[in-house]
Design a protein around this ligand. Sequence first.
Ligand SMILES: Cc1cc2nc3c(=O)[nH]c(=O)nc-3n(C[C@H](O)[C@H](O)[C@H](O)COP(=O)(O)O)c2cc1C
Length: 166
Amino acid sequence: MNRTLIVYASRHGTTSEYAKKMLQLLDGNVDLCFLNEREISMPELSEYNTIVIGGSIHYGKNSKLVINFTKHNLELLKTKRLGLFVTSFFDGDKALEQLNNAYPKELLERAVVSDFFDGELLYPKMNFWERLVAKAVLKAEETTPIISKSKITNFVDRLNDYHHEI
Ligand SMILES: Cc1cc2nc3c(=O)[nH]c(=O)nc-3n(C[C@H](O)[C@H](O)[C@H](O)COP(=O)(O)O)c2cc1C
């Protein structure tokens, strides 16, 4: 039986939405692990054959929690079936560049699927500085919730199909 762990971090909830959607769509037994600043009891990674990792891009970089998670578990992660994603405001080449910097090269090369998903700018949830940066740097007004369903479906299908091929 395929066992999947979705490990993710999220500031304002958008990456959480993607992780929860994947929880519903992935085949087999699927667990969620939300990374936060507090001490968390990390599930035993060796019990999972598939690991999905998700984080959001801020100031061009993936969440520190996700970066640390991949760094500390690099060797073990190399032995797993992997799905890697980021949530970002930018699209196209810029988003691809951010995705390529968000995870170690050796994990991106081994991943069954890797992709970037549409981010959201949720001004009411931002602090003063985040609001300032979002307006000045990203030059964008609040975006309406836009969880990109077709991209999630494609991501999940790749993991589910790959599993069936084994
Ligand atoms: C302060 C700030 C900086 C951001 N910087 C970037 C960035 O450099 N590149 C990008 O593509 N998106 C950027 N974003 C957009 C976030 O990736 C987007 O809001 C995402 O949905 C956040 O997901 P989360 O709520 O799961 O953390 C930024 C957002 C904020 C508020």
